[in-house]
Write a protein of this length. Structure first.
Length: 272
């Protein structure tokens, strides 16, 4: 049964028009918001690891330093119109900028539609946006900035009393998420970085212990599959470090969007 059928079964005939109107408004609004946030995340990903301000100076070409004009800074559109080139010097602007905006737009739309205009939706979005930035930074620099992980953790604990998870649930989620990886780091020195520990604690503070457990399972499985595939394809050693933050991010996003369905089907013991 699709979402429209579920909604029609849940509301009266008089409410169907309003619900459908809300659906068609939320989706494009979420997509546009996500595209704009994705544009800002590109700045964060480029500047934060280098200790630069994410506010000043304004957007500029990384090659020639020319300020990017307002009409050349429209998320998604400008990159396509300019064929991924700087208008002033013709330098290639990485396609990563376009795809970050696109992925952020799609995920923002998905969460906005799923959760609606609620505080929980806003908190989930804050988490997902932080995870997207952490993913690219971890891939490029092999670090997860504390500004992201600790910032998410503080946000999760601060707003938890106003969410279904509650403050206790947020604390347990953070302790489980960070505690599992902290124990692994002690048992296998060098096998788990401090950034991963803090990021998983931050995730747990928002999704709670049940979805934190699912996130760890999904992230670990994805990491193992990709790691083995890379070893088989490239011939790299098992000791080659592979950034784990991206897999945690993917696991957390899957848990937010489909976690309860997965738990009901495969992990009934932790199903909500």
């Amino acid at each position: 049964m699709n979402m429209n059928h579920l909604w029609r079964a849940a509301v009266s005939h008089d409410e169907i028009g309003f619900v459908e109107a809300l659906w068609y408004f939320t989706a494009p609004a979420g997509f546009l918001l996500g595209a704009c946030v994705g544009s800002f995340l590109n700045v964060v990903i480029h500047r934060l690891p280098q200790g630069q301000s994410v506010v000043r100076p304004g957007s500029h070409c990384p090659e020639c330093g020319s300020p990017i004009r307002v009409y050349d800074n429209i998320p998604l559109v400008s990159w396509l119109v300019l064929f991924g080139l700087c208008r002033d010097c013709g330098a290639v602007i990485s396609s990563r900028y376009f795809f970050m905006e696109l992925v952020t737009a799609i995920l923002t739309m998905a969460i906005a539609v799923k959760c609606g205009p609620t505080l929980q939706s806003a908190v989930y979005l804050g988490l997902v946006w932080g995870l997207l930035a952490a993913t690219l930074i971890d891939i490029n620099y092999q670090i997860i900035p504390d500004e992201i992980s600790i910032g998410i953790l503080i946000m999760g604990l601060a707003v938890s009393p106003f969410l279904p998870i509650g403050f206790t649930g947020a604390v347990f989620g953070a302790l489980l998420g960070g505690g599992v990886f902290f124990a692994l780091a002690i048992a296998y020195p060098g096998g788990m970085g401090g950034g991963d520990i803090k990021l998983m604690a931050a995730i747990g503070s928002i999704v709670g212990w049940k979805m934190a457990f699912l996130t760890i399972m999904l992230g670990s499985t994805l990491g193992a599959v990709v790691g083995l595939a890379m070893i088989a394809i490239t011939g790299k050693s098992r000791k080659t470090r592979i950034p784990f933050g991206p897999f945690l991010a993917i696991g957390a996003i899957i848990s937010i969007l489909w976690g309860n369905d997965i738990a009901m089907a495969y992990l009934p013991a932790i199903a909500a």
